[in-house]
Design a binder for this molecule. Structure first.
Ligand SMILES: C[S@@+](CC[C@H](N)C(=O)[O-])C[C@H]1O[C@@H](n2cnc3c(N)ncnc32)[C@H](O)[C@@H]1O
Length: 259
């Protein structure tokens, strides 16, 4: 009888031990998972902090250039925000420097806005340089005209050129709007809107490469996007005496200039 009771107690104890071992194993697994999750969280946090540092640096850098632009161009009226739809200060500074250093006689811009104002303000008083900025939108063209008027700038043409279908793959500004254009010394490509269609700006090369002067510079915004990046490379290929540089700007800038 005693042996039987002892055997039962021993069995019960062994079962309990087995149960406890299983529970501890399950807890061990859970703890392992928690520790892995914590490790991943730490990695994500480090990555987030690094990105945040890079963003802060970018914001600071853009503010720094913006301050220099204001100082350089001596604005007496308020200016609209840069970045987002508008050009970022780093691109604007590149445009301003190009105008001041290369003294283009004809500037053609695709996509009007604050970039038009900054280039116009870069010209010395009495300059003979002609700026024609094309816009597919009559509404945004008028906003740019009003901006120029507010800054007492005359002589800049904002030309509305609605988008038209060129072939099954692409639309671009109306062809006839460019009929009188030749000898472009500075071509600025920041339109038509290209975020949804990588082909949207390919017309700049296809339609305007033959209208550039020998000393022309081409400046392309949004060169970090695949469409604009590929267009810049294709553009440089048809200009064998030019050199292509990609500048590490907020949205990426491609500059194709005489070698
Ligand atoms: C990238 S934007 C051109 C920006 C211009 N170069 C500047 O620096 O302000 C291209 C076109 O988008 C249109 N656009 C400008 N601002 C816009 C906005 N806030 N929303 C939608 N379209 C806009 C205009 O028609 C413009 O020609």
């Amino acid at each position: 009888m005693i042996t039987w009771v002892f055997a039962c107690a021993l069995l019960g104890f062994l079962l309990l031990l087995l149960l406890l071992t299983r529970k501890m194993r399950a807890m061990g697994k859970k703890l392992g998972q928690v520790s892995r999750d914590l490790g991943q969280l730490q990695k994500d946090l480090r990555k987030g902090l690094k990105e945040s540092d890079a963003n802060q640096w970018e914001h600071y850098r853009e503010s720094e250039i913006h301050a220099q632009l204001l100082n350089l161009l001596k604005f007496t009226e308020p200016i609209p925000p840069t970045r987002s739809w508008a050009a970022s200060p780093d691109l604007l500074m590149t445009l301003v420097e190009s105008v001041r250093v290369n003294k283009p006689e004809l500037i053609i811009e695709l996509g009007s806005g604050i970039s038009t104002l900054m280039m116009a303000k870069s010209l010395p008083a009495g300059s003979k340089t002609k700026i024609i900025s094309f816009d597919h939108s009559a509404e945004f063209a008028q906003i740019t005209r009003d901006l120029l008027e507010q800054h007492s700038i005359t002589g800049v043409e904002i030309r509305v050129a609605p988008l038209e279908q060129y072939d099954s793959q692409r639309t671009w500004y109306s062809k006839k709007a460019f009929a009188d254009i030749s000898n472009i010394d500075l071509l600025v490509v920041d339109g038509p809107p290209g975020s949804k269609d990588p082909q949207a700006r390919s017309g700049a090369r296809l339609e305007l490469a033959s209208k550039l002067s020998a000393r022309a510079t081409v400046i392309i915004d949004d060169a970090d996007r695949d469409g604009e990046h590929a267009m810049a490379q294709a553009f440089a290929e048809v200009l064998p005496s030019h050199t292509l540089r990609f500048l590490p700007h907020e949205k990426g800038t491609a500059v194709i200039s005489p070698s």
